[in-house]
Design a binder for this molecule. Structure first.
Ligand code: ZN
Length: 225
């Protein structure tokens, strides 16, 4: 199995467009030409990473290739050395890096029990890898749901002027799921063209806004003493 190109990009601190994350083509800032880091190009992401075929291409500078070339360019070492490095060590599937706690959350979310991975791995390695792929997909779906929930909270916070409370709630959830949320939802919020589901969240919150959210009425005479 080839190394996960999106994971490699993350390890090297590349800036990923948060709402391309769950797609097959993940967009990020190009570290080779830096064209999309120029002023006025804040929302441009020229480098495309294909998370299925593990290939990359910058549509501006046309730098392209497979994941080994990607690493070799990022680390400025010959591609052959990169390949050697990966031949030597067994590649860890990203799903294998999920913590016990993350796996528990995922089980609770999907309601599906995990198989005996160790046994499966010994019996049929390619079946094991395919199962890990599916497991990883459901984790990504779970994260998408979490992102939507966090976005919803952000909108509620903004529209009811209790922003700080909701930011704290999102931070709390980040700690629970051991994955970042706040930065990506803030990025989505600041995007000129937001994904469709954000409109639904905003309409939903607006509905509630029409009912006045007023503070609890004070008992008469209390303040007056
Ligand atoms: Zn480029």
């Amino acid at each position: 199995m080839l190394p996960d190109i999106v994971g490699i990009a993350e390890q090297h601190g590349l800036q990923i467009n948060p709402y391309s994350r769950s797609r097959e083509e993940v967009a990020c800032k190009c570290p080779f030409c830096h064209e999309d880091s120029k002023p006025g190009k804040k929302r441009r992401y020229y480098l495309s990473l294909n998370s299925k075929d593990q290939v990359f291409k910058c549509w501006f500078c046309k730098e392209s290739g497979g994941v080994f070339r990607f690493i070799s360019l990022l680390e400025n070492i010959p591609e052959e050395n990169v390949k050697q490095r990966f031949r030597k060590r067994r590649i860890v599937h990203p799903a294998e890096r999920l913590s016990q706690n993350q796996r528990r959350l995922l089980r609770e979310h999907t309601g599906v029990r995990e198989p005996n991975w160790k046994q499966m791995r010994e019996r049929d390695f390619s079946y094991y890898m395919r199962s890990l792929d599916l497991f990883w997909d459901s984790w990504k779906e779970f994260l998408m749901k979490e992102q939507r929930d966090a976005y919803f909270q952000l909108i509620v916070g903004i529209k009811t002027c209790t922003y700080q409370n909701y930011i704290e709630k999102i931070r709390q959830r980040e700690r629970e799921i051991e994955s970042p949320l706040l930065e990506s939802v803030l990025q989505i919020y600041s995007c000129a063209s937001r994904p469709k589901w954000t409109e639904v969240a905003e309409r939903f919150v607006d509905q509630f806004k029409t009912k006045p959210v007023s503070p609890e009425p004070k008992k008469a005479g209390r303040d007056g003493g």
